[in-house]
Write a protein that binds this ligand. Sequence first.
Ligand code: 13P
Length: 280
Amino acid sequence: MMTNKLTPLVQSYRQQQRCLAGFNINDIYDLHAVALAANELDLPFMAMTYPPVAELNGTYLCRKMVDGFAQIANNDIFLHLDHSTSVDLCKRAIDDGYDSVMIDGSHGSLKDNIAMTKEVVAYARSAGVSVEAEIGKIMGRDVVVKSEDDYLASVADVKALYEEAGPDLVAVGIGTAHGFTPSTPKIHFNRLQEIANAIPAPLVLHGGTGIADEDIQRAIKMGIAKINIGTIVHSTYMREAHKEIDADIASAYPPVVMKSVIPRVQAVVLDRLKAVNPHL
Ligand code: 13P
């Protein structure tokens, strides 16, 4: 069983009103950019693979890729499976040595969410792997919500999920959305405060791309100990790569293209790390 360093870290971050940044990464190039930015500020970070990345490359290869970067990182890199709706995929990631998995049962009933989370927690415990659960909904992409009640995490549900299933981190629906949003999402800070008063777990804020810096910092003061940032990283990566390739498609050569792209992605990551760590 590996030593779990992540859960104590995020627990201490919640106490200290600090926050670990998690970045959705897709391959060696965007991971490279994130690792360079984190080194620049001397910070640990979380490298998060969405299920399509974990499925395409295999969880074993993702683990080995991050192990390679651990050799050049000044601080810990925690490998995380993000938004898995599959218990089976969580188990594969745990078997292949991920540091953390998210089981996202937020789309079904509370009863099913608790049951799925409980199963993953039981499996992860013996391997020393952290588990993140979700309650309420993060809007955007294919998540369509009808009303506020549909996405806003209820305090009673958060307590039930936490107490019955025992996840290490809890992602809460408080009004944020994945990706670029037409207007700045309205975050329900009152609800965040009520949730933070109800459970001691480190809380997770999803939808980092569209959240204003001052809202990120306010949420951290209230118990958010991990933030997920994805779209702004991969969209910068794709846009900049597209520009470079388009400039001379006949002779576009990946290492040359990426040599120009990596520093541009790194700059975006650095900017987000500064927003999450205003004390630096
Ligand atoms: P963004 O894509 O809005 O940054 O959100 C990422 C996220 O929350 C991943 O879980």
